[in-house]
Design a binder for this molecule. Structure first.
Ligand code: AMP
Ligand code: ZN
Ligand code: FE
Ligand code: FE
Length: 280
């Protein structure tokens, strides 16, 4: 009973459509997945319908890119009501802030003589457009060999097409997930380069404003790292989650359910989440 509670689709920066992601997870033998696109829930309805077609449990989710004290943190939300006004209001604001930044980025590219149009990008990539889409454009223009190259040469701090976007604050993200009836979970805790004391400080603060779980299993995490996170979850009475962060061709080494080969997320994690969300 393997599951994957962290998957991206074309609704954000994955390369599999929601239906294809569901079908692929089913082919790989998973029994449940959550769609956790960055800053959008636009893929959920399609994924849910595909789940019914293929016989796979699909949980609604989101991964919000947030910032606290200038450190970026990703907050997952499970069982969010995707149609709630709290969710819709946040999503509108995030898209507006992204559009503002993205138009400045295309302006810089156009000033360098590159044939880029934000209207075209919106038609192609949908509502939530981020730097991975700019990486794709730079590759198509022959200016970068792959995503990593595009980021390294053009899209990270100090590089020609990097512009910082307004990021949704941590506290507001937490409140939005809670108002939408969801369970807030701290994503991939080792990505923030915190030591034990700093991670505990983050967890304790987050619990005080509503955190319910931490992502304990994640592509590339060692068994030692996973047991450390699971012991923190137990110590703080938090739910445990896990997922691959599947992005299709945008993270080609990662497969749903198994990550880079080492990942295994048990259905028991989801059972506890469902109990906590009142879905059992
Ligand atoms: P944005 O929110 O539009 O600024 O883009 C952030 C997204 O870009 C992240 O969620 C990552 O998926 C991706 N990203 C950030 N840095 C890199 C990098 N160095 N290489 C590849 N992808 C990256
Ligand atoms: Zn992503
Ligand atoms: Fe993330
Ligand atoms: Fe992710």
């Amino acid at each position: 009973m393997r599951i994957d509670l962290h998957m991206h689709t074309t609704a954000s920066d994955g390369t599999f459509s929601p239906s294809d992601a569901v079908r692929y997870a089913k082919e790989l033998g998973l029994t449940a997945i959550a769609i956790t696109d960055h800053d959008t829930v636009a893929g959920f309805d399609e994924a849910e319908a595909a789940g019914e077609r293929y016989g796979l449990e699909v949980v609604s989710g989101i991964e919000i890119s947030t910032e606290r004290k200038l450190v970026s943190e990703h907050l997952l939300g499970y069982f969010v009501d995707t149609k709630s006004s709290a969710m819709q209001m946040m999503l509108k604001r995030i898209v507006r802030d992204r559009d503002e930044r993205n138009l400045r980025v295309t302006g810089l590219m156009q000033a360098d003589g590159l044939a880029v149009s934000y209207d075209d990008m919106q038609r192609r990539f949908g509502e939530v457009i981020g730097r991975p889409h700019f990486a794709r454009i730079l590759m198509e223009l022959g200016l970068a060999s792959d995503t990593a190259d595009a980021f390294a040469r053009y899209l990270t701090r100090g590089k020609p097409y990097y512009i910082k976007r307004t990021v949704f604050p941590f506290e507001d993200s937490m409140n939005t997930i809670l108002s939408a009836g969801g369970l807030p979970v701290l994503a991939h805790p080792f990505q923030y380069k915190l030591d034990d004391r700093q991670l505990r400080e983050l967890i304790e603060y987050s619990i005080s404003i509503g955190l319910r779980g931490i992502e304990c299993r994640y592509s590339g995490y060692t068994p030692q790292q996973e047991s450390y996170l699971e012991s923190l979850a137990e110590e703080y009475g938090l739910l445990k989650t896990g997922g691959s962060d599947f992005h299709g061709g945008n993270k080609p080494l990662i497969k749903p359910g198994s990550g880079k080969g080492e990942l295994c997320v048990p259905y028991a994690f989801l059972r506890e989440l469902k109990l906590a969300a009142g879905r059992m």
